[in-house]
Design a protein around this ligand. Structure first.
Ligand SMILES: Nc1ncnc2c1ncn2[C@@H]1O[C@H](COP(=O)(O)OP(=O)(O)OP(=O)(O)O)[C@@H](O)[C@H]1O
Length: 202
């Protein structure tokens, strides 16, 4: 569903990771690990198509739904309106399963700008279900979530995998996913090719 073939990525013109290869099939999850600044976000942004790879090939990018550090919500719209907006952007219709999966029914009419950080994060993650895209690419999805909400998120990912989806997730916590592999990006750190100085290379 998603293949990375010898992919190199840069940030701000500086090489970050080199020669990353990865194949993600139906029902599979890969958890990205690595210390702060090692390049997880940069790799995920590249997979999501927000920036081109510096080298290598990515296949399956058109199947990706991406949730980055920002929740991607419109503050003046309600939770339901935000999800309807995303549904229309992705040509889908049903927002009810997404509201239910993230326990948002009681907050459906609350404006996103008037939600707590954890509630906003749940709504941002509910967007993944609404897109109906099979490959979820998630960057630190559990930030701001309490234990119950982490459980809801882990179940949403497990259900997604069971339904034949796939997921690439940068997270520092153990989600207890049944069929997941870990990819530590540390060995793929790029060597500086110019005189650029950057903490990633120290
Ligand atoms: N906007 C930016 N412009 C230039 N360089 C950046 C930018 N954002 C991050 N970097 C640099 O790119 C490198 C990789 O950062 P990245 O955010 O991909 O790491 P990460 O593994 O996701 O880190 P963390 O675990 O802290 O989220 C780091 O050296 C970082 O300082």
């Amino acid at each position: 569903m998603l293949t990375l073939d010898s992919v190199s990525v840069t940030r701000g013109g500086v090489p970050v990771l080199d020669d990353v290869s990865l194949a993600l099939g139906r029902g599979q999850a890969v958890v990205l690990r690595g210390p702060n600044g090692s390049g997880k976000t940069t790799l995920l942004r590249t997979v999501a198509g927000l920036q081109p790879p510096a080298a290598g090939r990515i296949e399956g990018a058109e199947r990706v739904a991406y949730a980055g550090h920002a929740d991607g919500l419109k503050a003046s719209l309600s939770a339901a309106e935000n999800l309807r907006f995303w549904a229309s952007a992705f040509g889908t219709h049903d927002i009810l399963p997404a509201l239910a999966a993230f326990d948002l029914e009681a907050l459906a009419d609350r404006r996103a700008g008037e939600m707590s950080a954890g509630q906003k994060r749940r709504l941002g993650l509910a967007r993944m279900l609404v897109t109906e895209r099979p490959v979820w690419v998630l960057d630190e999805p559990t930030v701001s979530l309490d234990t119950t909400s982490v459980g809801l998120f882990a179940k949403a990912v497990s259900d997604h995998l069971e339904n034949g989806g796939a997921a690439l997730i940068a997270t520092h916590i153990d989600l207890g996913l049944p069929d997941s592999r870990t990819l530590d990006v540390t060995p793929y750190r790029a060597r500086p090719r110019a005189a650029a100085a950057d903490e990633a290379f120290l």
